[in-house]
Design a protein around this ligand. Sequence first.
Ligand code: TEU
Ligand code: CA
Length: 565
Amino acid sequence: MWWKEAVIYQIYPRSFKDANGDGIGDLPGVIGQLDYLADLGVDVLWLCPIFKSPNADNGYDISDYRAIMPEFGTMDDFDRLVREAKARGLRLVLDLVANHSSDEHPWFVESRTSKANPFRDYYIWRPPKNGREPNDWLSFFGGKAWELDPATGEYYLHLFAKKQPDLNWDNPQVRREIYDVMRFWLDKGIAGWRMDVVPFYSKDPAFPDYPAGFDGDYARVYARGPRLHEYLREMKREVLSRYDMMTVGEGIGVPAEDAPLLVDERRGSLSMIYHFDHLVIDRLKDNFMVRRPEGVSLVEVKAVFEKWDRVLGDTGWASVLLGNHDFPRMVSRFGDDTRHRAASAKLLGTLLLTMKGTPYVYQGDELGMTNVPFASIDEFDDIGTKSAYRAWVAAGRDPAPFLAMANVTSRDHARTPFHWDDSPNAGFTTGRPWIRLNPNYREINATAERREPDSVWSHFRRAIRLRKENPVLVYGAYKDVDPAHPQVFAYTRSDETTRMLVVLNWSSEARRYALPVPVSLAGLALGNYPAAPTSQAATGEAGPAGSATVSFTLRPWEALVYRLR
Ligand code: TEU
Ligand code: CA
């Protein structure tokens, strides 16, 4: 299956490349960098929303599902992008934001005018309950999930911002509209959809309050709608089954045990979903901005990969990601972005590209881009960060610690412009960038890294090639051989003919490491240090069939991939 073998590259178009100097990335900018992407070796480009939008949430609030966002270009630019991508063997996946639209979408503009309007039922309207909101649900971007609309005296539901009213999927007309939109772009030649917050499509029409003893995990509640699978089966019949395409659902609120309902090939409707379990380990359940003091432990991360692999089994398929446009930079949260930035970014790239499941490379992670030192709250753009800040200050708290926290957790760390070169504005724009740059672009940029064989970029490229050349890294069984080790992540990938071993020193300390299972090394396939590893020679007693207990002397963040005999 092509989408199992593919490496997906996620583009945040606003910050990828600006071709016309207005400070905002655009489609011509993407077209101009297709050779860069083809050279890196990726196969599929997932573009975050490119549709017309007032940008309350940077395109996740669509006001016309069939129009290109004017800042990003024209329909001609889009058609050219499809052609130019195809000419390089690249497929395109677009972002379907269909749980909600913008409040500026004509459907909502109509819907709010009167209770009798034919579009009324496109959204979720409820009368006040005892003079208040219909239930106690909260919005991800602060405050209640219901907004009272004075025109008709009723509330509409918005799980995200007020400018993102939830569509009413129980209305068959809404579903038909969305399926039409999906076909419209598929007929233009795209290869699939990433589906924003897909588990939220269906809602319990009774709108009960949060359950007793609620733990603050809103997403878990919102993902429990009774008709989700019915709608996705219908979508599969009407759209998905008619194209050679992939879907990847944002699996928000879906615990691993429930994932097969969505992606198991015997009963699910989607190709894959992605989850955040390893990305939210260190966050408070009810507030993504707040990091718990103890941080992330490797043992917990390993347990997440093991669990998802186990529940998906042979009939489901995973997505592997270490960050996206909603999370801080991969190397800043899991690696060491000061002393061992390059080594740790390469280690994370090694994990991404040798784990079982389709890998998603987020733009800039292939350069080892880091979190940004934001100097004040005014430098942030993200609606999530800004609404959390308002709530913080409104509660009478000191703003200074909020800034420190946002410098660790804000979504904007992943949204600053891509570093193309060391010229002003990192070669992203000749104008004034819409959001500040990371000042480290003079050292960390694509031009410099492409020239340097030991760069993070070159390592990603080699790791992508390794995956392509070794089907065992795509389809082979995954086994964590040392789940309890606190600093080393060691796993094998194996099929009938081939076995590979991955050893990752997930720490800034050098260490001697003895693999707890006997193996016989056949050769190093990939490493992240320029010189050959110092003493990886097998030592110790011989085991069955010539295998032996092997010890490694691992340097900080060293990542090794071996072929086994
Ligand atoms: O994200 C879903 C979501 O709930 C996010 O708010 C996520 O929980 C948070 O960012 C974690 O830090 C999707 C999109 O990826 C996101 O960009 C949108 O803002 C959101 O949906 C609404 O469309
Ligand atoms: Ca532009």
